[in-house]
Each structure stands twice: as C-alpha cells, then as structure tokens.
Design a protein around this ligand. Structure first.
Ligand code: HEC
Length: 176
C-alpha cells in the first residue's frame, strides 16, 4: 500500500516544481503545515506532504472533513473522539506535533506495541482495513489540524465539496 501511494506521489513531486497552481499561504498555520500547493481540493506543504486548509468561518477542505469522520469511525474508541487520548491510548493531538507523515503511515499500517510499560499498550495494525487505509491521508490531515490547534474538537463548521479526485481514488482503493 505504501508503495502504491509513493508511486502516486511521484507526479506530485514533479508538479511541485511548477509554480503555477500555488495556493495562497495560510497565515494561521505554523510554517511546517502551511499549504503551499493545491491539487483538486487536496493541499500539500512545502515538503509535498498532505496538509489541511481551513478557510473563512472555519470551513475545512474535504480531506480534513473526511478525516474527521473516518477518525471517529475507526480510532476514537481508543484515542478519544477528538484525538485527545484516553487512559490506554496516547493523545494524538500531541503525537502529531512530532511524528512525520512517514512515521504516521507506518504506525497505522503496521501497528505499534509498547511492552516496556506497566500495562501493555497495543496499537492495532490497520493495513488490511480499507476503511482506514483508503483514507489515511484524510485522517492524517485531520489530526495534523488538531495538533496545530487549527481544528478544534468536534465536527468542522462546514466543508468544501468532495473533489472528483477523492471520489476516483476512493473507488479505486475500495474496489468493487
Ligand atoms: C484498540 C485501541 C486503538 C485503536 C482502535 C487505535 N489505536 Fe492508535 N494507538 C493505540 C495505543 C495503545 C497506542 C500506543 C502504542 C505504543 O505506545 O506502542 C497507539 C498509538 C498510535 C500512534 C502513535 C502515537 C505516538 O505518540 O507514537 C498513532 C499515530 C496512532 N495510534 C494512530 C491511530 C489511528 C489513526 C487510528 C485509527 C485508524 C488508531 N490509532 C486506532 C491504540 C489504538
């Protein structure tokens, strides 16, 4: 799956050198999360990693909204409904301040186990769960917005419509 996504990202890296379709810099975002490029409603930071875009009246891009829904379907049972953790799973609004995009993907795909604590902490592997894997970037940008304080707890006020690219990718990833 990661390999597939890397292949998908190659054209993105090539396009990054083309100065044409630059999004306006988002002044409210910390430098590292600032959206510098947009591709059919999907935003990327200066490193080419997916990021969020919060517009006027707290309206969020499609992927951030989708990530909010997917997170609350698959992750909130352990990490809390807004990502802020529970007694047995870490506060992801803190974790995402330092985890890289690659580290995030590897943990969600492959899981993580900490046996060095008094209680055994197990993060399940979601590599076979299409309801998570097909929306990995969505969940990532939502949590990134949460970690930066750009998106509060709860449902985003409003959201951009679903881009065709998102619908196409979803169909391809989820399969028949
Ligand atoms: C069954 C409970 C459970 C579910 C469901 C769950 N997690 Fe976790 N997650 C954990 C535990 C426990 C840890 C800590 C593991 C450790 O310390 O080794 C963790 C760790 C993580 C980490 C690493 C945090 C850090 O600071 O290193 C990330 C990222 C993460 N989870 C994301 C997710 C996402 C995204 C989902 C939903 C797709 C999810 N988790 C669903 C229990 C869960």
């Amino acid at each position: 799956m990661i390999t597939t996504r890397l292949i998908f990202l190659i054209p993105v890296a090539v396009l990054l050198s083309v100065p044409a379709a630059y999004a306006e810099p988002d002044q409210s975002a910390p430098a590292s999360s600032a959206a510098v490029k947009e591709e059919d409603g999907k935003y990327f930071d200066a490193d080419g990693n997916p990021t969020y875009k919060i517009g006027p009246k707290d309206s969020v891009d499609w992927y951030t909204f989708s990530g909010y829904r997917r997170f609350n379907g698959a992750c909130e049972v352990c990490h809390g409904f807004d990502g802020s953790g529970s007694s047995f799973a870490p506060d992801l609004t803190q974790s995402l301040k330092s985890l890289t995009y690659d580290q995030f993907q590897k943990i969600v795909v492959g899981g993580k186990k900490d046996v060095n604590t008094a209680q055994t902490l197990v993060m399940p592997a979601f590599g076979d769960n299409k309801n998570v894997i097909c929306y990995l970037d969505d969940i990532y940008v939502y949590l990134r917005a949460r970690a930066d304080g750009a998106q509060g707890p709860g449902r985003p006020a409003s959201n951009a419509p679903k881009p065709k690219t998102a619908a196409d990718y979803e169909n391809e990833c989820m399969g028949p």
